[in-house]
Design a protein around this ligand. Structure first.
Ligand SMILES: Cc1cc2nc3c(=O)[nH]c(=O)nc-3n(C[C@H](O)[C@H](O)[C@H](O)COP(=O)(O)OP(=O)(O)OC[C@H]3O[C@@H](n4cnc5c(N)ncnc54)[C@H](O)[C@@H]3O)c2cc1C
Length: 512
């Protein structure tokens, strides 16, 4: 471990951690009110946002309304949504999408210049705004990165990994005074009047995930260590069909492929979904994910057969065709190997409608936040929307931040060498396998107890300086412990030993 004794200090008015839709939008809008510093772990484009395919849900079409969008969102959330937060999401969503278009986002339009709106599972109307077919996230990121880069009020620091929050305790309570970070390996303290956590999700705590490698759950762990309130961490959404390759992350095979008639086959070449659900391959996401998982456990690999589409697959799904072909798979002639994969975290740092956390001067926004809009299960394409809507609210609220920040008492500290990762990576891989085996799609009390115990052991093997692996472990522990506590199945949380939704858990949140 290399120790660096010189600690730099940066003073800023607003500090934003993360460069996905939530962080970039917050930084752009807050820069109208004062200097902003953005820290991001790798490059500005390294985020789940840049991977998003389907689009952004917003009631923009004829015959649609925020009320209908609200009903669909509440139904998906399985009675655990915060109805006020949902109201904000659906009412303010259309304006945010139009603003993004005005800022330069080239969304797909029909010949009359209106948004070309797609329809996704569990949406009662066509309301999915998309760009370049299935590359919406890249367009959102491109637009917001351009806005951030052109603002003279925003300082961007890449390869800047936040390690922990700086806290001040005074007569008004616990306040966040900024962060400790490692910028290109240098220890830096960034003192800020307000700090915004926009660190995204934690798919990387699972062996199989669609989330980028930066999604190690840092924000959840950092906030938890600081004593912020977190909730609903048992609710993880698993996507049923990621491309089953040895890569990390896994590429996504959109639901739309099943929508076009592709069928799921087990290792024996038998179609199994027809026996498991009346909607067969088009059953809800969690049902399909569970059934694929079950088949994998019983017979091995599972495949998605779209060969009946023939050459039309190539024109209907150009992006997915390219993904498959780059890996030597020809979807027009052979079935595509698929696996369920961790996709989205519904829980997180509890915030109010302005994105404020339980610690003064600390905000959370985007996937790391638990605003209450998703409840126990996220409606498809509501997460980019949440990022936009709540980032705007955070940026507005930041204006009122007082400038009388008490000076944080900072003791000497050091940054571990970030390239000394070999041993830590082995532990990280074990954490991810344990979470997949016992705390993923089908959970049971004995499995979760074993998971919690194994995580405890693995924690003892993490080297003191391996901060990212420590965060991975902490977030995994929060998920496993919450999953053990919730003795029912609801939304993204399925317990094989309690397969039904139970009235006594209705409206109850597991909170730290
Ligand atoms: C393959 C895929 C497809 C998806 N498709 C859709 C879709 O069609 N529609 C939809 O609504 N949602 C979709 N989602 C979900 C959606 O993309 C995310 O929920 C959303 O983009 C999260 O935005 P965010 O800004 O909160 O986080 P992210 O976009 O993940 O950004 C988090 C940022 O925080 C940084 N960071 C993390 N930890 C630290 C640290 N310690 N220090 C400094 N920086 C840090 C990361 O580097 C990153 O820049 C998809 C997700 C995936 C993975």
């Amino acid at each position: 471990m290399i120790e660096t004794t010189m600690t730099d200090r940066i003073r800023t008015r607003f500090l934003v951690i993360g460069s996905g839709v939530a962080g970039l939008h917050t930084a752009w809008r807050a820069s109208a009110h004062g200097p902003v510093t953005v820290l991001t772990k790798r490059t500005l484009f390294d985020s789940a946002t840049a991977y998003a395919q389907g689009g952004i849900a917003a009631a923009l079409g004829a015959g649609d309304s925020p009320d209908l969008h609200r009903e669909d969102t509440l139904a998906a959330g399985a009675a655990l949504c915060d109805s006020e937060a949902v109201q904000v999401l659906v009412e303010e969503g259309p304006a945010r999408v139009r603003e993004l278009q005005a800022a330069g986002a080239r969304f797909d339009l029909d010949p009359s210049g209106d948004f070309k709106l797609g329809k996704e599972a569990a949406h009662s109307r066509h309301r999915i705004v998309h760009a370049n077919g299935d590359q919406t996230g890249a367009e959102v990121a491109r637009t917001l990165v351009a806005k951030v880069r052109e603002s003279p009020n925003i300082d961007v620091q890449e390869t800047a990994r936040v390690l922990d929050l700086l806290l001040v305790q005074d007569e008004s309570g616990l306040q966040c005074a900024g962060v400790r970070a490692s910028i290109a390996g240098r220890p830096v303290e960034i003192v800020a009047d307000a700090t915004v956590l926009a660190t995204g999700g934690c798919g990387q705590i699972f062996r199989y995930t669609t989330n980028p490698q930066v999604a190690t759950g840092d924000g959840f762990a950092i906030a938890h260590r600081a004593g912020a309130r977190l909730a609903d961490m048992e609710f993880v959404q698993f996507h049923p069909t990621a491309l089953d390759t040895p890569e990390n992350p896994l590429a996504l095979i959109s639901e739309a492929v099943r929508g076009e008639g592709a069928v799921l086959l087990n290792a024996k070449g038998q179609r199994f979904m027809t026996k498991r659900h009346r909607l067969a391959e088009l059953a809800p996401r969690d049902v399909v994910a569970r059934e694929i998982f079950r088949e994998q456990q019983a017979h091995g690999r599972v495949f998605l057969d779209a060969t009946k589409m023939g050459a039309s697959f190539l024109t209907r799904f150009p992006g997915i065709s390219q993904l498959c072909r780059a890996r030597g798979i020809d979807p027009t002639h052979e079935p595509i190997p698929v696996t369920p994969a961790a996709h989205y975290m519904m829980g997180g740092v509890v915030t109010d409608l302005a994105g404020r956390s339980s610690i003064s001067r600390l905000y959370a926004v985007g996937e790391v936040a638990r605003t209450g809009v998703h409840g126990a299960n996220r409606l498809a394409s509501n997460s980019l929307l949440e990022g936009l809507v709540f980032a705007e609210r955070v940026a507005r609220d930041l204006q009122q931040t007082p400038e009388d920040l008490p000076a944080p008492d900072v003791s000497a500290w050091s940054v571990p060498a970030l390239d000394d990762r070999g041993a830590a990576q082995v532990v990280a891989d074990e954490i991810r396998q344990v979470m997949w085996d016992y705390a993923s799609i089908a959970r049971t009390a004995p499995g979760l107890r074993r998971c919690v115990a194994l995580l405890q052991h693995l924690g003892e093997r993490i080297a003191p300086g391996a901060t990212e692996e420590r965060n991975l472990l902490t977030t995994a522990q929060l998920v496993a412990e919450a999953a053990l506590m919730r003795k029912e199945s609801r939304g993204g949380h399925f317990r094989s030993d309690f397969p039904k939704t139970r009235r006594k858990w209705q409206g109850r949140h597991i909170t730290w």
